[in-house]
Design a binder for this molecule. Structure first.
Ligand code: GLA
Length: 385
């Protein structure tokens, strides 16, 4: 599937800039479990997938740089000395943000041209943003020999998102996209930024994604609000992050916080434990327990952390009396995007058609269904410097 994408980016780049690009692939991600735990210094369990962004990039011999979003057919010329965030929601903020963060670190960057396209469905919760940021920083690092490590690069991508896109995201998406390993999910400790890879072979089962095709507008501010609620509670508890709290600690300050925020913090503490337990379940080949943890995660995201939406809840509810589905939950930031389902392989065809029909009847719109492969992280496709 990516072959066509690579050819498209190469061709568009040559047509636009009259030279051959260096090509980078940067993947999107899924997350087995551990949602909204990353910015609480906790555990997450993501994996890079075979869908992503291809960026063509090359030095420019003019005194400006140009970014070309092939699918939007939009190009923007810019100079480093007048760089500032564009209006909220504009795609160029991902590119500008990465450039600004590189310059902030005192590196000498020459002008460049970049063209990109991708096959991650937008707003699906599969992290097209992190894939784009990583493709830009990785490409520039190679092209100008900046000497950044992969770990430095993911923090550049994350800061681009904080400062130019305006989402105070954690590190999960950028980490998974950069460090993904084929056929593995990564149990990442978001405090130490160290991950343990788990080979994922669910035998007769597979991970299936179902996209609600809904992206709620409030998601960015709602995301940032939740992050600050968690930080406020950590401050009250006099700890660095909710990762350090137990349910008992939280119970001790229950009277000083609203019920809503108490439930949110409780969710984070419990979800963090679930992510660790999920790794034990995988080690023990105990898919039933893994499935139960996945359902419990959705329940917390829906009722305690309150980042789900009726379309996601419907998709999860529809799986509950199906004995061939062990677990289902919303995935990513929330308010739309995909559910992730642990489903028996033979059931996929039947379930796909019944859920599509049920979803259409309920919401008068289509859902989309994807099977993804767990894949390697950001890498060069060619070394055309
Ligand atoms: C978004 C953010 C991540 C993470 C998830 C929720 O994808 O970018 O950092 O917080 O939401 O787990």
């Amino acid at each position: 599937m990516n072959k066509a994408l690579i050819q498209k980016v190469e061709k568009s780049f040559i047509e636009k800039f009259n030279t051959n690009p260096m090509l980078v692939f940067s993947p999107g991600r899924i997350n087995l479990i551990g949602e909204h735990t990353d910015y609480n210094d906790g555990f997450v369990f993501p994996a890079a997938i075979d869908l992503g962004i291809v960026a063509g990039i090359q030095k420019s011999d003019t005194n400006t740089s140009t970014a070309f979003a092939i699918d939007k057919k939009e190009a923007i010329e810019f100079s480093f000395d007048t760089l500032k965030p564009s209006s909220e929601g504009n795609w160029e903020n991902y590119v500008f943000g990465v450039v600004a963060e590189i310059l902030n670190r005192g590196k000498v960057l020459g002008n460049f041209n970049i063209a990109f396209s991708g096959n991650i469905p937008g707003g699906s919760g599969m992290s097209s943003s992190a894939a784009l940021e990583n493709s830009v920083v990785y490409g520039l690092n190679e092209l100008f020999n900046l000497g950044f490590t992969k770990e430095e690069m993911i923090f550049i991508s994350q800061k681009a998102e904080h400062n130019y896109v305006g989402v105070k995201c954690g590190i999960m998406d950028q980490y998974a996209s950069m460090f993904g390993i084929e056929n593995n999910a990564l149990l990442l400790d978001c405090r130490t930024i160290k991950a343990t890879p788990y080979k994922i072979d669910f035998k007769g089962y597979e991970l299936l994604l179902i996209n609600t095709n809904v992206k709620h507008k409030l998601s960015d501010s709602a995301y940032n609000d939740r992050r600050s609620a968690c930080e406020n509670i950590s401050e009250l508890l006099k700890i660095k992050a909710l990762r350090d709290a137990t349910e008992d600690d939280l119970a001790n300050i229950k009277d000083s916080v609203s019920e809503e925020n108490y439930q949110k913090a409780l969710y984070v503490i419990q979800e963090n434990k679930r992510a660790e337990k999920a790794s034990e379940a995988i080690t023990n080949d105990d898919l039933k327990s893994l499935g139960a943890l996945i359902y419990a995660s959705h329940d917390g995201l829906q009722n305690q952390y309150k980042v789900s939406c009726k379309e996601l809840d419907f998709l999860v509810d529809q799986t509950k009396d199906n004995p061939n589905i062990l677990g289902a939950r919303m995935m990513g930031g929330g308010f739309g995007g995909c559910t992730i389902n642990l489903i028996k392989k033979e059931e996929i065809a039947d379930f796909s058609s019944s859920i599509s029909e049920a979803y259409k009847n309920q919401f008068n719109m289509d859902c989309s269904i994807y099977s993804v492969q767990l894949s390697d992280g950001t890498h060069l496709i060619n070394d055309n410097k």
